[in-house]
Design a protein around this ligand. Structure first.
Ligand code: 1AE
Length: 437
């Protein structure tokens, strides 16, 4: 018997957490247990959830407010046999009704090997994106279209070219650019890819354009294929508005042979509370990777929409770890269990590719050393305002970032790099936005 394991943090000043854990394990699986006749129990045993552990944290006397709350971390194993092997079924099982039942938060998920084996994961992943660009030795740079609503194709082309010629590796649509008569997806792709080719002739650099895949769910795959037909070499997708399963289907579609960048729109309604919702590393880490995102955007700890650094690091870990047995795969197997407490058994690792972390929002060149300090070389530095807002123009904005990335990668201080005559763009950017190294 195989199980997926959910870990919850449950806050309550007085509750009997062991009783609470039992009520979740039973309530979200067989419904009732002690009242069942013995014959029925034998039949239902395989559907019964198991409490694996209950770790109670009592408030520290005189501690700060977070330490002064009483909570328990509760781990529950859910039999795979209870749900179909898809993310919606798993999420509704482990945190459907329960998400509305008081101060409780889903902080981790471990998938059974059988469940995980149904997910191919990212089609390209971090290395595949690097291969497509031919860039293996430095962090990538992405820029974001800004203020494009109401603009026509020529306005778009101009903005695209400015970004491309500045040396960015990827350009993504703004996530609020939907299907519209001025810049419909097919024409948008054709126009932007022409600008990409022009820029490539000048810079020699390849570029991915992540066009925003929008519209009714039933038309997404067709829209994606139309965009690819028109020359799209990447897609942007607002995963949480559509659901993880939609990403999974798009990513697993053999005809959609381009990397998919997952945008975190709506995530702020789900992860930030300490008491409710789903932890960022599950929402924007494990589930995004499992569902097949090649690149995942999330708010950084440094910019305008701030997420705590430890949560960023947990997302990075979930996206890039190769220790899948430890981090992803449930090691609980009832055939080897001793009693009800759960037992560890070794299971084979599923070979999910890693996804590119893309810490975003309010990023400017002065933050690049912090990004590289935390994420190393396998990161996409992503900016909208920090590129277009450069006093010397959009292309200069891209160059300022490339100069910052080069300096930080070689452990050269930004201030020293900015003092070099050929790094005027970086100097100008640091004067405007500051230097946080
Ligand atoms: C967390 C998503 C960031 C994003 O999509 C976006 O548009 C950022 O723009 P800037 O860099 O803050 O201008």
């Amino acid at each position: 018997m195989s199980y997926c394991i959910a870990t919850y943090r449950c806050f309550d000043g007085k509750a009997d957490f062991h009783k609470k854990a039992q009520s979740i394990a039973v309530g979200l699986t067989v419904g009732s247990w002690t009242e069942l006749p013995e014959a029925k129990k034998a039949e239902m045993e395989k559907h019964l959830g198991r409490v694996l552990s209950v770790d109670i944290h009592e408030p520290a006397a005189g501690g700060d407010s977070s330490a002064s709350e009483r909570y328990a971390d509760i781990r529950i194993a859910y039999p795979d046999v209870n749900f179909s092997a898809d993310i919606p079924a798993l999420l509704v099982t482990v945190f459907g009704k329960l998400s509305m039942d008081g101060r409780i938060r889903l902080i981790d998920l471990h998938f059974s090997a059988a469940f995980m084996s149904r997910f191919p994961g990212p089609k390209f992943g971090l290395n595949g994106v690097r291969e497509r660009l031919g860039v293996h030795d430095r962090p990538l740079l992405m820029s974001i279209f800004k203020s494009v609503i109401g603009h026509d194709l020529s306005g778009l082309r101009e903005q695209f070219y400015g970004q491309a010629v500045g040396g960015v590796d990827l350009i993504k649509d703004d996530e609020i650019l939907f299907e519209n008569p001025l810049t419909p997806i097919g024409k948008r792709v054709e126009t932007c890819m022409q600008a990409a080719e022009q820029a490539q002739r000048e810079t020699g650099q390849k570029l991915l354009y992540a066009v925003n895949l929008t519209g009714p769910t039933s038309k997404l795959a067709a829209n994606a294929k139309q965009a690819i037909e028109a020359g799209a070499n990447a897609l942007l997708f607002n995963v949480l508005a559509y659901g993880f399963d939609v990403l999974h289907e798009l990513s697993a579609d053999p005809d959609i042979r381009v990397p998919i960048a997952a945008h975190p729109a709506l995530a702020g309604a789900i992860y930030p509370s300490p008491h409710y919702g789903i932890g960022a590393s599950v929402l924007l880490g494990k589930l995004m990777r499992l569902a097949g995102a090649d690149l995942v955007l999330f708010p950084s700890p440094y910019g305008s929409v701030v997420m705590p650094r430890e949560e960023n690091m947990a997302i990075q870990h979930a996206l890039t770890t190769t220790e899948l047995t430890v981090d992803y795969i449930s090691r609980y197997d009832s055939d080897n269990a001793t009693g009800r407490s759960g037992a560890a058994t070794e299971q084979p690792a599923a070979g999910l590719k890693t996804s590119f972390p893309v810490p975003s929002a309010g990023i400017h060149p002065g933050l690049v050393p912090l990004i590289l300090r935390d994420f190393g070389q396998d990161v996409v530095v992503n900016a909208g305002g920090g590129i277009h807002g450069h006093p010397m123009g959009t292309a200069a904005g891209g160059r300022a970032f490339r100069q910052a990335i080069q300096a930080a990668s070689q452990s050269v201080k930004l201030a020293d790099a900015a003092a070099q005559a050929d790094n005027l763009e970086l100097k100008t950017a640091l004067e405007l936005w500051g230097n946080r190294e």
